[in-house]
Write a protein that binds this ligand. Structure first.
Ligand SMILES: [Zn+2]
Length: 502
């Protein structure tokens, strides 16, 4: 809007006031057009210059107001409304009774140091400095603003006062822009310039949070009955709002600037070579189960590369701590919160190598890649997981016979009923579900009649250990019931996970 900065020579209005740019001239003229007695009223109540424009003008709130200093705005408003020029001490430096300094670009920082900016670009420079401290890489941002509820309440009170006093004026009825939206209008362009970034509904957000000092929060709670009275007055249609209601002197708000990056996701497949590594971090009564977890071995290597705050691990299905995950690996996602940078494919390959070449070889990773902020495709792939193949070392109470081998491998598409296993009842609800054992093959172990290798392919979600031992009759039929003797799994490996056949 303020791109054309050359003043047109013929225009005499306001030149004597030192108007150099077109935006100055526009604001100056807007000030002249405001309803003068309400401007005078609001200024004397302690409403700031930009709030006066916001509450009195019928024009859309203009970003030009950002580039004109508060003291200049005040002199124009005083001139336009023939208000007595207030002494400089009590006017511009006073915190606005409505916006509490937000639209005056006045705030305290975390260390209670007061910052006052003349115009939007000064303010944007301060915010930019705080944003840069967070160390994010970004080329676009979304801006969010939050203000204390006191601001909203003060605004209601002032609007009520105006409506009562200037009922017949057209401008009173028009919709007013809120303090937080007004701040966005004022500072968005200056922020884009100082951050060198676009503004859009980006995955990176800058949040400007204004809050009151703790003293005032307490103070505000003491005036609850005042607020109640105000509400009652409002309901009764009373317009008795008086200047007394606005005597309170406020301190500037505390501004905190937070940056937040939407979670980013990485996908891959993992292998678990150890029978003493859980899938996720597993701590019972402060004691770690297993020597490590897949979650930590992978996430712990990715997080530092993203300079993120934290991560979450999501896998397509799970296996028990003592079950290895082999074959083509199990798909997983790593979700990283508030990442400051995104590692290149090259550095992801290095992370993969680091995990795969670690000394203990507990887990392995392949196909590690960045998949952006959208993880749904990957999750769907996980849901489409249909079949799993296992290799189980099985022990039975009687010697294995040749006819057992034939009868087991002749069972194709065997339907079984499984009640939720006793061992997981504490975390899963009790259900009975039908599952399918697609096929089984027995591999004899030389010199052993009680032990054999069982290769089986089942529907995802089948409890394999329970299928073999029967879980006290809760899974039926079971390997035990088929062979007519006790059967147990000694060791189990997942050898393949097959996705949907689509
Ligand atoms: Zn204000």
């Amino acid at each position: 809007m303020s791109d054309e900065t050359k003043p047109s020579a013929g225009d005499s209005s306001g030149l004597s006031n030192g108007l150099v740019s077109d935006s100055d001239r526009r604001v100056y003229q807007a000030a002249q057009s405001l309803h003068s007695s309400s401007v005078k009223d609001l200024l004397s109540l302690g409403v700031c210059e930009r709030c006066v424009f916001r509450l009195v003008s019928v024009e859309p709130f203009d970003s030009d107001l950002s580039s004109v200093s508060a003291s200049t705005l005040r002199s124009w408003l005083e001139e336009a409304s023939a208000a007595a020029a207030a002494s400089s001490e009590s006017s511009c430096s006073r915190v606005c009774i409505v916006c509490l300094g937000v639209l005056q670009f006045v705030f305290s920082d975390a260390k209670q140091t007061l910052a006052r900016s003349e115009c939007g670009s000064d303010y944007a420079a301060r915010v930019t400095e705080l944003v840069k401290r967070e160390g994010h890489e970004f080329d676009s941002f979304g801006l969010e603003v939050s203000v204390p509820s006191t601001v909203v309440e003060n605004e209601r009170a002032v609007l009520l006062y105006l409506k009562g006093k200037y009922e017949t004026e057209g401008w009173v009825q028009s919709e007013k822009i809120s303090v937080k939206d007004a701040l966005k209008v004022l500072v968005l362009d200056p922020l884009k310039a100082s951050l060198g970034a676009k503004s859009d509904s980006s995955s990176f957000h800058i949040r400007l949070t204004y809050s009151m000092t703790s003293d005032e929060v307490q103070d505000a709670s003491e005036t609850t009955h005042e607020r109640k009275k105000r509400k009652t007055d409002e309901e009764n249609g009373s317009t008795s709002m008086s200047e007394n209601s606005f005597e309170k002197v406020y301190e500037p708000c505390i501004l905190s600037v937070n940056c937040n990056k939407m979670p980013i996701f990485f996908s891959g497949r993992y292998f678990k070579y150890s029978r003493n590594v859980s899938q996720t971090r597993w701590i019972i009564d402060d004691e770690r189960m297993g020597e490590a977890s897949v979650e930590e071995l992978i996430g712990g290597n990715i997080l530092p590369a993203c300079l993120g705050d934290s991560y979450k691990f999501h896998a397509a299905g799970r296996e028990d701590i003592d079950v290895r995950m082999l074959g083509s690996g199990r798909p997983f996602l790593i979700e990283v919160q508030n990442s400051r940078k995104c590692p290149s494919q090259q550095s992801l390959m290095e992370i993969e190598e680091k995990i795969n070449n670690s000394e203990k070889k507990l887990v392995g990773v392949k196909d590690l890649k960045f998949i952006g902020s959208q993880c749904w495709a990957m999750m769907r792939e996980g849901e489409a997981e249909k079949q799993k193949q296992y290799a189980a070392l099985v022990w039975i109470a009687r010697p294995l016979e040749e006819k057992d081998i034939n009868s087991i491998s002749s069972l194709i598409e065997l339907k079984i009923l499984q009640k939720t296993p006793v061992r997981v009842l504490h975390r899963r609800s009790p259900l009975e579900r039908e599952r399918t054992i697609h096929w089984m093959k027995v591999e004899k172990i030389k010199g052993s009649s009680h032990y054999f290798l069982l290769h089986l392919c089942t529907q995802a979600g089948t409890y394999i250990k329970e299928f073999v031992h029967g879980d006290l009759g809760r899974t039926s039929p079971s390997m035990g019931s088929i062979l007519g003797c006790r059967a147990e799994i000694i060791q189990l490996d997942v050898t393949d996970v097959k996705m949907g056949d689509s």
